[in-house]
Design a protein around this ligand. Structure first.
Ligand code: SAM
Length: 284
């Protein structure tokens, strides 16, 4: 995917998906701009989507539609685990995933974000992050997720990978080695949910992932749902476990206060179109 940024006159922000198509946002106001040691961080105000976070020119979160993504990333795993006590989130510095995890009766949730500047900017402009971090069950670690999982002595019932696209500091979070190490810190009945990219734009990456995830986990399912401001509009996630098959679960534990996710959406999200199923069967 090709990225971009604020235009020179700062009237619009664009995310290019291919060299001939993309998304654009009219910029009402530039709220924040910084080049951190890891990436370029921008937050703008848009009349319809509210505050919009870009990292290296790619849309991460908008106030208006972030619930599509965060609910679909977090609740499928948490709603089907019988007793999720310890939850690890890798990435996710905008705080939406942590906020959703804390809707469940978990004992502790770790947020491991590599970029302190993302945390600072989002605390200021997306108030749900500050609220989530104030929850006594939440713990923030500013660290590389790959280093964190090699050092931690904890084991988790649920691990959520809320990474950016497979470029820059996030590239490692999409690799086989990362999943191999994640598995070691997952409880035997645990589940991993990870964002996996666009159905159409990242088709090759999906076949590569399926090729290493399917032999690694007894159940390696792909599911998808819309995210209006993500490239091409349909987003994919993986749900991995050695004990729990999401397709066989009869009863979901749904917290209150959800806007997108319910049992029907959960079941429907595992239905995949022909071209995607074919790509998953191909060896990447
Ligand atoms: N919903 C998003 C999207 O558009 O795909 C992802 C959101 S979240 C903001 C991704 C976060 O992962 C970023 O804040 C980034 O700094 C963080 N990140 C990237 N690489 C990381 C790593 N190796 N360890 C921990 N966090 C990382």
């Amino acid at each position: 995917m090709k990225n971009s940024s604020l235009s020179a006159d700062r009237k619009e922000a664009r995310e290019f998906q291919t060299s001939s198509s993309g998304l654009f946002f009219k910029v009402k106001k530039v709220l924040y701009e910084k080049k951190s040691p890891f990436q370029k961080i921008e937050i703008i105000e848009n009349d319809f989507y509210g505050r919009v976070l870009f990292l290296d020119g790619l849309v991460q979160t908008t106030e208006r539609d972030e619930f599509f993504y965060h609910e679909m990333l977090v609740h499928p795993a948490l709603a089907i685990h019988p007793r999720p006590e310890k939850v690890l989130i890798i990435g996710g510095g905008d705080g939406g995933a942590l906020r959703e995890v804390l809707k469940h009766p978990v004992r502790k949730a770790w947020l491991v974000e590599i970029d302190q500047d993302v945390i600072r900017a989002c605390e200021r402009y997306f108030p749900w992050l500050d609220r989530a971090l104030s929850d006594r069950r939440a713990e923030l670690a500013v660290a590389d997720g790959f280093d964190f999982i090699q050092k931690t002595t904890e084991k988790f019932e649920v691990i959520i990978v809320d990474s950016s696209d497979p470029v820059g500091p996030s590239a490692i979070l999409h690799a086989r080695e990362f999943y191999r190490k994640l598995k070691k810190i997952l409880k035997p009945d645990g589940l991993i949910a990870a964002q996996a990219g666009s159905q159409l734009l990242h088709l090759r990456e999906h076949s590569q992932k399926a090729a290493f995830l399917r032999p690694m986990f007894k159940f390696a399912r792909f599911y998808s749902a819309p995210v209006p401001t993500y490239p091409v509009g349909t987003w994919c996630y993986t749900l991995l476990s050695d004990r729990i098959d999401p397709l066989a679960v009869k009863k979901l534990r749904l917290p209150s206060g959800l806007k997108y996710f319910n049992a029907e959406v959960f079941r429907a999200s595992f239905a995949q179109p022909v071209f995607f199923e074919q790509a998953l069967r191909e060896k990447g």
